[in-house]
Write a protein that binds this ligand. Structure first.
Ligand code: GUN
Length: 305
């Protein structure tokens, strides 16, 4: 039997609908329009695409989008001054500084300059600590999206064995915290883990977030497991032929080898169309949550962790 494919694109659309409905209510009843400020430093092409998509979807949900594009050579002082200004701006409920930043800027310093209650990425050390201690926080968007899909598919996660492959601050560590909070038995595996295949084969929930194309193969997967693939890797696809300029065409693959894993798993997210669309949807959700909290209003239902 092949796995059920978890449709992240469709799920993300339902999250955006909930966000839009909540935004409409905030405007009508309270006269509040949530606002998200996105800061992009430099011209990294992938980051430009992300930032454009974020801005577009923010507006489509009825929120205000403020884009700040700064040159690659922007000084730390100038960037910190902009963040100060956004921190103080009551129209701005969420602030996101697109990563990676140019090498001369200290990302930790910059991220920790964002007011924690406006840190819709959930990367500020205060939010990291609040999540780890089970207090109300901003939750990082990609892990939040994974959690929403897992709860939707499995219902209660209590008592399940969860293995997170990857220990990044953006995905692996916060994902492990969220799974622990939902009463999973959590293992974080990484490049130095002994017998990593064996560790993964014990997982009822397997989250792959390492950034290595198709590393997790079907023989790493426990029969019936739920597999969440966070990876987005562009690799050469010679089978697709050549472009006009003679270069090899490429394709997107995850950290999981989809073809073999789907023969073993109970359910699996595809790449593209799995976790990816959920990330921006959760950013929008976090912005609404931040706007509600800033105004002492109840949290939007179904949009928080
Ligand atoms: N770059 C890649 N992913 C992310 C993300 O989730 N947030 C930010 N700020 N930058 C990113």
């Amino acid at each position: 039997m092949t796995a059920q494919i978890i449709d992240g694109k469709a799920f993300a659309a339902t999250v955006r609908e909930k966000v839009a409905a909540h935004v409409a209510r905030l405007k009508e009843v309270h006269g509040i329009t949530p606002g998200l400020a996105v800061v992009l430093v430099g011209e990294d092409p992938a980051s430009q695409v992300y930032v454009r998509n974020k801005g577009k979807q923010t507006v489509e949900c009825g929120m205000n989008s403020y884009e700040h594009k700064l040159p690659a050579e922007t000084s730390e002082a100038d960037l910190l001054a902009l963040i100060e200004q956004l921190n103080a701006d009551p129209e701005v409920h969420g602030i996101l500084v697109q990563l990676p930043l140019p090498a001369h800027l200290d990302s930790d310093l910059v991220i920790n300059a964002i007011a924690p209650e406006k840190d819709v990425d959930g990367f500020h050390i205060s939010n990291v600590g609040l999540l780890a201690t089970g207090q109300k926080s901003m939750v990082p968007c990609t892990p939040l999206g994974c959690l929403m899909m897992l709860r939707d598919h499995l219902g209660s996660l209590s008592g399940l064995n969860a293995v997170v492959v990857g220990r990044s601050n953006i995905v692996g560590k916060p994902m492990a915290q969220l799974l622990l909070r939902d009463s999973c038995t959590v293992t974080i595996a990484h490049s130095r883990t002994k017998d990593i295949e064996e560790v993964c084969r014990r997982a009822d929930i397997l989250v792959a977030a390492v950034g290595r194309p198709e590393m997790v193969t079907g023989d790493w997967v426990k029969p019936g497991a739920t597999v969440i693939d966070v990876g987005i890797n562009r690799i050469d696809a010679p089978e697709k032929g050549l472009r006009e300029d003679g270069s090899v065409k490429t394709k997107l693959v995850g950290d999981v080898e989809f073809a073999s894993a789907k023969e073993v798993a109970g359910a699996i997210t595809p790449v593209p169309g799995g976790v990816g669309p959920m990330t921006i949807a959760c950013l929008l959700a976090n912005t609404v949550t931040a706007a509600c909290r800033a105004n002492g209003l109840p949290e939007p239902e179904g949009l928080t962790a």
